[in-house]
Ligand binder design. Sequence first.
Ligand SMILES: NC(=O)c1ccc[n+]([C@@H]2O[C@H](COP(=O)([O-])OP(=O)(O)OC[C@H]3O[C@@H](n4cnc5c(N)ncnc54)[C@H](O)[C@@H]3O)[C@@H](O)[C@H]2O)c1
Length: 224
Amino acid sequence: MENFRKRVLVTGGAGFLGSHLCERLIADGHGVLCLDNFFTGTKENIAHLLHNPHFELIRHDVTFPINVEVDEIYNLACPASPIHYQFDPVQTTKTSVHGAINLLDLARRLKAPIFQASTSEVYGDPKIHPQTEEYWGNVNPIGPRSCYDEGKRCAETLFFDYWNQYQVSIKVARIFNTYGPRMHPNDGRVVSNFIVQALNHHDITIYNLPSRHHIKWTRKISKD
Ligand SMILES: NC(=O)c1ccc[n+]([C@@H]2O[C@H](COP(=O)([O-])OP(=O)(O)OC[C@H]3O[C@@H](n4cnc5c(N)ncnc54)[C@H](O)[C@@H]3O)[C@@H](O)[C@H]2O)c1
């Protein structure tokens, strides 16, 4: 970041990761325009920022075009846990794909750099571990996770095509499982499950990779 106050649009800014990003940008001396439809995000996540003169909040759905004047864009809008993104799979795909188009069009008009929060899920059920960026993945296009995995893959395609075709300045980060304050405790993801089970003194569920025979199974171990 250069040494002057930028106006930064953070979509999904009321979510787990987005709220920390808003905080960090303000601490770095920038102005934040936080955009969210509050599907999974909450006002509590950003309550401490609401009275900051360098913070603004817009309730908006990224599947609809948006026209604002900013210097940079961070696109984090998308439900991230299976229970949330499978609640309305069509809306999930739209959020990734229409959202990417709307925000890339905005970045193109403004000549603003844009960041995309992608995911390790673009590798699907990977056949190599750990995954390298060169790996193309092993993804089911019609399964229950496809709305998220394929939506995020298509968003990556759009980001790279806007870069190639229109020279929009892009950054795409494939985020792996993240944990910390403000994560959703009951979102069904591995790390939150571990933490919640441990805090409640319950047995911890160990999720296994599919075996060579593609048998999926879950084993519970005692906390003792
Ligand atoms: N948390 C992780 O471990 C992880 C891992 C990989 C990728 N990511 C990506 O990072 C981003 C943030 O994830 P998170 O864990 O903070 O999830 P989150 O659910 O806490 O945050 C997502 C935010 O996007 C908002 N949102 C959803 N659909 C929207 C729409 N159509 N228009 C406007 N806002 C919308 C939600 O209300 C929420 O505030 C997501 O794009 C996710 O795919 C997260």
